[in-house]
Design a protein around this ligand. Structure first.
Ligand code: F6P
Length: 323
């Protein structure tokens, strides 16, 4: 192992830059060269790469987004695209690849590894926290803080007007962001795809909360919620209770930006170093992760196939505290 390629792929997440920095600096520490690949797998196909050194990654630990840019490459899904990518890997003398991204990015890397046998290590970077093999993904904590700050602000206006706010948060098919931000922001109801929800239960809960003296309520809804999206849910509640003053807010991509939190910077720094060390030890096709605050390596196939489950205790916490 002499030359390591690093790329970011899929949706960006705060802390990806800290992970790039950790990869590049640990490469230098261990006397390896590092190459940054631009725009995810697109950069491999287009041969868009640059050599990186410790000073190329200065002043980025605090920045959101990714200096390497990111993309969801369609061409990499084809064998022709992957062949071009491998030719460029050879041309640039890259001996190992580190991919910072989510499970879609790992699926691509896994196929690439099977076809060309290039050593590859994954680092979980997504705000969704939906990856098996790590307690936390890079960017999740920052996204949670962004959501909580936003919902706190919505609470101010909800309280002033005695309103019910439906707030949609990201997470793709997972409810981690909704569940944890909902608890932290004191939501009356939290709707997530991992739990079977019923419109009548939601309405009863809002009625109960009004009866108990609450004048305003926050309902946090994961974007993947199966009962319906925020607008549909708000409409159904309004149909039953025309007297409720309801507003809907979709937080959207604001959740993907901003300076990474301390937790995400430290996580990214640890996982970046662990990825380089894994390549040096001859590990391949594994994902670095953190479990019970210890570095672990999970076979990439497990990381892709297995499901990161939500903690049922948190559902109980949310229910009890909404009384
Ligand atoms: O995976 C991260 C994520 O932000 C999801 O929460 C969301 O569903 C999706 O990406 C949005 O994708 P895009 O940025 O392509 O609209």
């Amino acid at each position: 192992m002499k030359r390591v390629g690093v790329l970011t792929s899929g949706g960006d997440s705060p802390g990806m830059n800290a992970a790039i920095r950790a990869v590049v600096r640990s490469c230098r520490y261990y006397n390896l060269e590092s190459v940054g690949i631009l725009q995810g797998y697109e950069g491999l196909i287009q041969n868009d790469m640059l050599t990186l050194g410790p000073r190329s990654v200065k002043n980025i630990i605090n920045q959101g987004g990714t200096i390497l840019k990111t993309a969801r490459s369609e061409e990499f899904r084809t064998i022709e695209g992957r062949k071009k990518a491998y030719q460029n890997i050879q041309k640039n003398n890259i001996d190992g690849l580190i991919v910072i991204g989510g499970d879609g990015s790992f699926k691509g890397a896994n196929i690439f590894h099977q076809e060309f046998n290039l050593p590859f290590i994954g680092i979980p970077g997504t705000i969704d926290n939906d990856i098996f093999g790590t307690d936390y993904t890079i960017g999740y904590d920052t996204a949670l803080n962004t959501v909580v700050e936003a919902v706190d602000k919505l609470r101010d206006t909800a309280t002033s007007h005695d309103r019910v706010f439906f707030v949609e948060v990201m997470g793709r098919d997972a409810g981690f962001i909704a569940l944890n931000s909902g608890i932290a922001s004191g939501a009356q109801n939290i709707l997530i795809p991992e739990k079977k929800d019923h419109i009548n239960e939601l309405i009863q809960s809002l009625e109960q909360s009004a009866k108990s003296g609450k004048k305003s309520s926050i309902v946090v809804v994961a974007e993947g919620e199966e009962l319906g999206n925020v607008y549909e849910l708000a409409k159904q509640v309004k149909a039953k209770h025309p007297d409720y003053d309801i507003r809907v807010t979709v937080l959207g991509h604001i959740q993907r930006g901003g300076n990474p939190s301390c937790q995400d910077r430290v996580l990214a720094s640890r996982l970046g170093i662990a990825a380089v060390e894994a390549l040096m030890k001859g590990k391949t096709n594994v994902m670095t992760g953190l479990r019970s605050n210890k570095i672990v390596y999970t076979p990439i196939e497990e990381a892709i196939q297995k499901h990161h489950s939500i903690d049922n205790e948190l559902l109980k916490v949310a229910k009890i505290l909404a009384i």
